[in-house]
Ligand binder design. Structure first.
Ligand SMILES: NC(=O)c1ccc[n+]([C@@H]2O[C@H](COP(=O)([O-])OP(=O)(O)OC[C@H]3O[C@@H](n4cnc5c(N)ncnc54)[C@H](OP(=O)(O)O)[C@@H]3O)[C@@H](O)[C@H]2O)c1
Length: 266
């Protein structure tokens, strides 16, 4: 861990005002959970922050410092309008964090097409819509940092995540596809892959979540990784290491372990 990252992680009040490289940030999924904590910590560090989600009242709760821009990320035209509104009010966005997401557990005997479509529309197309609104402006300025929250659930297929996991795998692939070209054109791209974090999204899980992290800690790690300019920001480290090792196993061994420790335990 670098001095920079440990400084942020050890600071109780979040990152220090003079240490973050951004002036204006836009955070989607900012009404609750990880996005809300990220927005709060960026604000506390002196960054001007615009916050988006569908729940306008929760965005306004964030206080006067935050610019509330209610938005449904599945509406591509609304995303373009949101970026224009934010830049007119705060100036050029130099950090975008696309955190809006949804999760519905799925069982193999209950494949509801609507759930799959809605999850892909929100998690994947929601990021594409925001990116399509944001990237041309950053590319024209040849500066800026764009990021989105995927998940370690995108590393591999896992029980209950049949609708959710593919959207996160797609987001990781999207980031890998775009990073080299964006970097050559002066725009940074990061993908944030959290493990389990205690938020409204995971409150519906009826199993004990391993290595469960609190959302303020997840936000601190995300911001520290972004400030370092890392491409992938994945945490908690031990859980990530276990999942990466699992991913390398031959399928028969992988499925045996998943059946024993995830399916039967869940
Ligand atoms: N919690 C975890 O364990 C975990 C792990 C890995 C990755 N993630 C990812 O982290 C991100 C944040 O999740 P979280 O855990 O913090 O969950 P959360 O508290 O449920 O937050 C989800 C956010 O997304 C917003 N949202 C949902 N649909 C939207 C839409 N159509 N348009 C605009 N905003 C929308 C929600 O606000 P409104 O309902 O007000 O619109 C809310 O602000 C998600 O992408 C999630 O998949 C979470």
């Amino acid at each position: 861990m670098s001095d920079y990252e440990s400084g942020i992680l050890n600071s109780r009040s979040g990152p220090g005002r003079d240490r973050l490289p951004w002036r204006v940030a836009w955070v989607t999924g900012a009404s609750t959970g990880i996005g809300r904590h990220m927005a709060g910590q960026l604000l506390a560090a002196g960054v001007k922050v615009a916050v988006s989600a569908r729940s306008a009242d929760r965005l306004r709760d964030m206080g006067e410092g935050a610019l509330a821009v209610p938005l449904d990320v599945t509406d591509s035209q609304a995303c373009v309008a949101a970026v224009a509104q934010i830049e007119a009010a705060l100036g050029p966005i130099d950090l975008a964090v696309f955190g809006a997401g949804a999760y519905t557990p799925v069982k193999a005997d209950d494949i509801d097409v609507k759930v799959f479509a809605r999850t892909m529309e929100t998690n994947y197309m929601g990021v594409v819509n925001c990116l399509a609104a944001m990237a041309p402006l950053m590319l024209a300025r040849r500066r800026g940092h764009v990021s989105w929250i995927a998940s370690v659930a995108g590393y591999m297929g896992l029980p209950k995540a049949a609708a959710y996991g593919p959207t996160k795998a797609a987001l990781i692939n999207l980031a890998e596809s775009l990073e080299p070209e964006l970097r050559l054109k002066g725009v940074r791209l990061s993908v944030i892959n959290p493990g389990f974090v205690a938020t409204p999204l995971t409150a519906q899980n009826d199993f004990e979540m391993p290595f469960l992290m609190q959302p303020d800690e997840a936000a601190r790690r995300s911001i520290a990784g972004l400030a370092e300019g890392r491409f992938e920001i994945a945490y908690p480290r031990r859980f990530v290491a276990i999942l990466r090792a699992l991913r390398m196993l031959p399928y028969p061994v992988f499925f045996r372990l998943i059946t024993r420790f995830v399916l039967k335990a869940g």
